[in-house]
Design a protein around this ligand. Structure first.
Ligand SMILES: *[C@@H]1O[C@H](CO)[C@@H](O)[C@H](O)[C@H]1NC(C)=O
Ligand SMILES: *[C@@H]1O[C@H](CO)[C@@H](O)[C@H](O)[C@H]1NC(C)=O
Ligand SMILES: *[C@@H]1O[C@H](CO)[C@@H](O)[C@H](O)[C@H]1NC(C)=O
Ligand SMILES: *[C@@H]1O[C@H](CO)[C@@H](O)[C@H](O)[C@H]1NC(C)=O
Length: 146
């Protein structure tokens, strides 16, 4: 629940910051860095563009100066319909990575919401975070389709 609230707050912030310059039409899922305070991630999806109601594969690659801990660091992918959270997907890392190395994770069963439409008001947020014991936000990437 705390993750939901945190993500929602962060998302609300980003929403305000990012409402202006995204009026271009795009055919693929483009991710941009969420927030200058966190490193970005390299996010690829298969298929691209995503298909509503089907599972997608997300490959996420990044580097940052915290350790990535097996079973403890979590990849989270949330879909938001306008500002409403539609789906939340979590996957713990199945491998550990030392700080300052390139880490990667592949999530092959991410459900794309049935109402997903990349030409209307949807946002996809991809984060890497950890409870240690409070939430540490390690990296974040966002795709805004408006
Ligand atoms: C998506 O993946 C989940 C978990 O593997 C599976 O239960 C579900 O049937 C899949 N859905 C589709 C539409 O393939
Ligand atoms: C990782 O890199 C940062 C920035 O270059 C450096 O400050 C930090 O000490 C490094 N951490 C480790 C564990 O090597
Ligand atoms: C992570 O979970 C798996 C499966 O439960 C287990 O085999 C493994 O030892 C765990 N690793 C750590 C570092 O806790
Ligand atoms: C997606 O939304 C756009 C704009 O509202 C609409 O024109 C289009 O038909 C929708 N596509 C699907 C597949 O629902």
């Amino acid at each position: 629940m705390k993750i939901f609230i945190f993500i929602f707050i962060l998302f609300a912030t980003l929403y305000t910051v990012n409402t202006a310059p995204h009026q271009f039409y795009k055919r693929t899922t483009d991710f941009i860095r969420c927030n200058a305070a966190f490193p970005g991630l390299n996010v690829r999806t298969i298929p691209d563009p995503l298909v509503a109601g089907q599972n997608a594969t997300f490959t996420v690659v990044g580097t940052q100066n915290y350790p990535i801990d097996q079973n403890k660091t979590i990849l989270e992918i949330s879909f938001h319909d306008d500002v409403k959270l539609a789906t939340l997907y979590d996957k713990p890392f199945d491998k550990s990575f030392p700080p300052n190395t390139t880490f990667w994770i592949k999530a092959s069963d991410v459900p794309v919401p049935s109402g997903f439409n990349e030409t209307s008001l949807w946002t996809i947020m991809v984060t890497v975070s950890e409870w240690d014991p409070k939430l540490i936000f390690l990296a974040c990437e966002i795709s805004i389709s408006y």
